[in-house]
Design a protein around this ligand. Sequence first.
Ligand SMILES: *Cc1c(COP(=O)(O)O)cnc(C)c1O
Length: 226
Amino acid sequence: MITERLGEVRRRIQNATVQAGRSPGEVRLLAVTKTHPIETVRAAIGAGLTVLGENRVQEAITKYQGLEGVELHLIGHLQSNKAKLVPGLFSWVESIDALSTAEALSRRLQAAGRSCSVLLQYNSSHEASKSGYADASELLEDADRIAALPGLALRGIMTIGPFVEDARRIAAAFSATRALYEKLRSQRPNDRVDTLSMGMTDDFEIAIAEGSTEVRIGSALFGARA
Ligand SMILES: *Cc1c(COP(=O)(O)O)cnc(C)c1O
């Protein structure tokens, strides 16, 4: 089942990429296993998925601790007091939304002799219920400080699109995030800023048309969550 779904998702990603006039392979797939049991994680890895995502630190520990050959991304809000659990578990944190969190993470990574790639989360829908930087200029200001922190590699921006039907509104939020990403790239020309993480099951084709380099897919691969 996962193999078929994965094939279908890959086809859709490829089609959307080519349709956007981009090269196939420009968009990578992050498989989101949150709420699904460890058996699903094993099946995903068995199907060849190696880049996986979880939104809760505690849940990730129970499913991923000690698992080899997996690049695990944290895609949910990170509380500073949980930063100590990141080293050795997550190799990417996509949800940095405050300088203080980045500083706490940097300290913990240094202590553990590890490093992490990070994305700054932008609240492109401006919904109060969503985390992320609401203010684009604040994000760009913090970016310089975060990029200087030991143990962290600033790789780009992550966003969650608005949960609405209107495709134009979704596209507008992604387009604004893309513009912010381009600003970040020109502000940090010597860093490897190469990741624009946007697009989920319901909106990844729109995100790819707007320049996403990484889509985070859960339901389309593993079925609906309880
Ligand atoms: C759950 C989640 C996803 C995947 O959502 P689907 O709609 O199931 O593809 C992607 N990104 C984040 C931040 C999530 O929390």
